[in-house]
Design a binder for this molecule. Structure first.
Ligand code: 5AD
Ligand code: SF4
Length: 473
């Protein structure tokens, strides 16, 4: 039997162990799970500690320079394990795709490099390595016409409340700062029948929330529109909440706004990266919308779904960003009232337009970038704290995900708006429970399960006066 409980087809299976270090986005988390599924029939089981592994895989991210630095320092640690145990080391993901031979030069002890389209070749690569022992580089793109998405095994997700489904890969947008089109290739959409089958298989093992995943989901072209795909997935039995990420503001259709209005299973949250509040910067970024067009879009989404929470991504210190440009980002942040934002300082990435033009457009000193980032983050923290505080005294419908890591002894889950709630009381993973919200921070809510001892008294005692009559969104 393999680690997924299936009969092994290998003769005399010997139990080997693998460890995967995943960097970066949800797309990589998804790919790492698929790597595990491909390794199981070869007699590999996961181990939580690299020290016990016979195979160490690094699934890498190159979105910013920092992510690449982290990879090199992790590789240094794994090299020692290789020396002690003779473990194999493989590097996959975005850095592998872009750096190829360069990476082998920097870390010659790496046994194989596999690009973003080569995950499914992992068994072949390992067999070849067993036979020859020679380093392997496999970074070819798979032809769009024959591209096959890796199917997820439902069993891998048993016991989870929430799961991801990749609905497309790559990106055709070429935003000036972004390395993704170079590391993930052209956009290819997964046929909608396959997405629906995948969704059904996840729901059949008890998953209750699905997130459809793609670099730019709004340009989905798997036989039906993205909005139609959402409406069809939403109708599947067993599903409680449907989410998706990431959306490009330029491609967000009126049909999608309408889907938010008519389908309550589409959760009231959208991650809509704005990147900057300055039209001049947005133009150089090649984003193809203006700050006011973005704000109009938010107004339409909020009219269609008044309780919708919006989160965003922002880059500060993009080449040529003047103080006045940055102030427009602050203004937009004030006006948009984001639930939260992920903000980053610009990092020049290989082969991107912004890296080529950095000197010409005006490279910003690191201290200026950091100072702007801190101002922006302080403003957003204050807005998030205000929005979260308004929830105190209300009741949140929470989909339970598991034990809270930050708050031992408590469970955690998410509200429809994707806000994290840590709570006291008993509940099962995948259950939808009513939680009395007692306390808040700028990134989470805290509460008690409704009906559990003292919950109601404590809520009243801790409720600030101004929140008593506020509606709960
Ligand atoms: N520098 C800084 N941030 C970046 N992002 C993408 N590329 C860069 C870069 N070169 C940010 C964007 C994107 C998020 C995933 O990462 O805000 O939306
Ligand atoms: Fe990168 Fe732009 Fe594509 Fe997003 S839409 S992955 S930022 S190129």
């Amino acid at each position: 039997m393999d680690c997924l409980g299936k009969k092994l087809h290998v003769k005399k299976p010997t139990m080997k162990r693998y460890f995967i270090h995943t960097f970066g986005c949800q797309m990589n988390v998804y790919d790492s799970l698929r790597m595990g599924e491909l390794l199981a029939p070869m007699g590999y089981c996961p181990t939580p500690t690299p020290e016990e592994a016979d195979l160490i895989l690094l699934n890498t991210c190159s979105i910013r320079e920092k992510a690449e630095d982290k990879l090199l320092s992790a590789l240094g640690r794994y090299r020692l394990i290789k020396l002690m145990r003779g473990a194999w080391i493989g590097v996959g993901g975005c850095v592998a795709q872009q750096e190829k031979e360069k990476l082998l030069k920097k870390a010659p002890f790496v046994d194989f490099i596999f690009g973003t389209d080569a995950v499914k070749k992992l068994p072949e690569i390992l067999k070849a390595l067993e036979e020859t022992g020679k380093p392997i580089i496999e970074t070819a793109w798979e032809e769009a016409a024959h591209y096959a998405f890796l199917k997820a095994e439902g069993e891998t997700s048993r016991g989870k409340a929430s799961e991801f489904i990749t609905i497309m890969k790559g990106c055709d947008n070429l935003c000036a700062y972004c390395v993704v089109p170079h590391t993930r290739g052209r956009e290819i959409s997964r046929p909608h029948e396959e997405v629906l089958a995948q969704a059904q298989s996840l729901l059949s093992v008890g998953v209750r929330e699905l997130t459809l995943l793609g670099q730019n989901v709004n340009s989905y072209a798997g036989g039906i529109s993205f909005a139609e795909l959402l409406l069809r997935v939403a109708k599947l039995p067993g599903l409680k909440r449907l989410r998706f990420t990431t959306s490009h503001p330029r491609d967000l259709s009126a049909e999608l706004v309408e889907a938010f209005r008519v389908e309550p299973k589409i959760a009231p949250h959208i991650h809509l990266p704005v990147q900057s509040g300055s039209d001049a910067v947005l133009k150089r970024m090649r984003r193809n919308y203006t700050a006011s067009a973005y704000m109009e879009l938010l107004a339409k989404l909020r009219a269609a779904r008044p309780d919708i929470a919006v989160t965003t991504d922002i880059i500060v210190g993009f080449p040529g960003e003047r103080e006045a440009d940055f102030e427009k980002t602050l203004e937009l942040t004030e006006k948009a009232r984001f639930d939260g934002q992920f903000s980053f300082v610009f990092s020049a990435r290989p082969k991107t337009l912004a890296a080529l033009k950095e000197e010409e457009w005006g490279k910003l000193p690191h201290e200026v970038k950091i100072e702007r980032l801190e101002r922006l983050q302080a403003l957003q923290k204050q807005i998030s704290a205000e929005l979260f505080q308004r929830e105190i005294g209300g009741v949140a419908k929470v989909l339970v995900e598991g034990n809270s890591k930050q708050n031992p002894g408590r469970l955690y889950g998410k509200t429809p708006q994707n806000r994290t709630v840590n709570f006291e009381g008993e509940a099962k993973v995948g259950e939808l429970v009513d939680i009395d919200i007692i306390r808040s921070s700028s990134s989470a809510l805290f509460g008690k399960r409704l009906g559990s001892a003292h919950a109601i008294e404590e809520t009243r005692a801790q409720m600030p006066l101004h929140s008593v009559f506020q509606p709960v969104s």
